[in-house]
Design a protein around this ligand. Structure first.
Ligand code: XMP
Ligand code: MG
Length: 178
């Protein structure tokens, strides 16, 4: 399949959309079979918008809800390590079973920040689901409950993921070509 150019960089296909659909299915199935009741999914914008949309269509748990938060720790192709909260949650989380939906977990800084935001809420349970995970970059002790696919430390775009805001619309996931 053809390479694509975004801004100044060239990307090659890495995870075709057929494989993405299989990964999404496997994550949804694991959550469906986890025994969680009346979950409140919280998708982390912008990157997770397609993953969240596709996931929710595969979730069969009764009374499932979804909400969105927006944070950012990325500039260009490298995580800056700084996370800025942009949009928070305004609903009552007391007694809720929260499942975070992330497009990708890299250093874990974003996840750590999210956990800080939820610390004072009297949640019943807190779990994390991510489409992609970079185990070599992850430097936290926080367990990740549902992982779609572990990948090397390559910069990836497409299916919601961006390179300086473009590429989110690509149906496949691409990686930076060396
Ligand atoms: P941290 O380091 O906080 O990163 O775990 C999580 C957030 O950083 C973004 N991210 C990426 N975005 N390609 C992207 O387009 C990547 O390879 C990549 N790695 C991390 C992403 O927004 C994620 O929520
Ligand atoms: Mg980004």
């Amino acid at each position: 399949m053809k390479d694509i150019k975004l801004h100044d960089k060239t990307f090659e296909i890495y995870i075709p959309e057929t494989e993405i659909a299989e990964i999404v299915n496997s994550v949804a199935t694991a959550i469906n079979n986890s025994g969680v009741e009346k979950p409140l999914f919280i998708a982390v914008l912008n990157g997770s918008f397609l993953f969240a949309a596709d996931m929710m269509r595969k979730i069969t748990i009764p009374n499932s809800e979804i909400s969105f938060i927006k944070l950012s720790s990325y500039q260009g192709t490298e995580s800056t390590g700084k996370v800025n909260e942009l949009i928070g949650l305004n609903q009552d989380l007391k007694g809720r079973n929260i499942i975070i939906l992330e497009d990708i977990i890299d250093t874990g800084n974003t996840l750590e920040k999210i956990i800080e935001l939820f610390q004072n809420e009297e949640l019943t349970s807190f779990k994390t689901a991510t489409l992609l995970y970079k185990p070599k970059a992850y430097n936290k002790d926080i367990p990740i409950d549902f992982i779609g696919k572990s990948i090397p430390n390559d910069f990836v775009v497409g299916y919601g993921l961006d390179y300086e805001e473009i590429g989110r619309n690509l149906p496949h996931i691409y990686k930076l070509k060396n």
